[in-house]
Design a protein around this ligand. Structure first.
Ligand code: SF4
Ligand code: SF4
Length: 95
């Protein structure tokens, strides 16, 4: 099954508050200089949550499938990663 097909089996109950945050955008600029674009968080995320826009990381947290890969991949430990609040976030569509 392709990643896109797997993503379709999830449904997302949107939280108004992002459960993901960048600690320091200056670190992301350092990261860009060291690793280029796309940076590790962009490369590993299966749901296209991160993008690099005008020298900053922008987070589309509502697409997150809560896999945790970005937190592990960030070489600067620069992501504040929490689960969405209780009852919000992803669930299996047929689960
Ligand atoms: Fe920023 Fe970490 Fe992403 Fe690099 S991998 S751009 S430091 S969040
Ligand atoms: Fe992307 Fe997974 Fe990180 Fe969510 S937890 S932003 S899906 S890499």
């Amino acid at each position: 099954m392709k990643v896109e097909e797997k993503l379709y089996t999830l449904r997302y109950k949107r939280d108004d508050v992002s459960h993901l945050e960048i600690k320091d955008q200056n670190k992301c600029k350092e990261c860009e200089l060291k690793y280029g674009v796309p940076q590790p968080c962009i490369t590993v995320c299966p749901a296209n949550v991160y993008s690099w826009v005008e020298g900053k990381i922008v987070i589309s947290y509502e697409n997150c499938v809560e896999c945790g890969a970005c937190k592990i991949a960030c070489p600067f430990n620069n992501i504040i990663w929490k689960y969405p609040r209780y009852g919000l976030g992803i669930a299996l569509r047929y689960g």
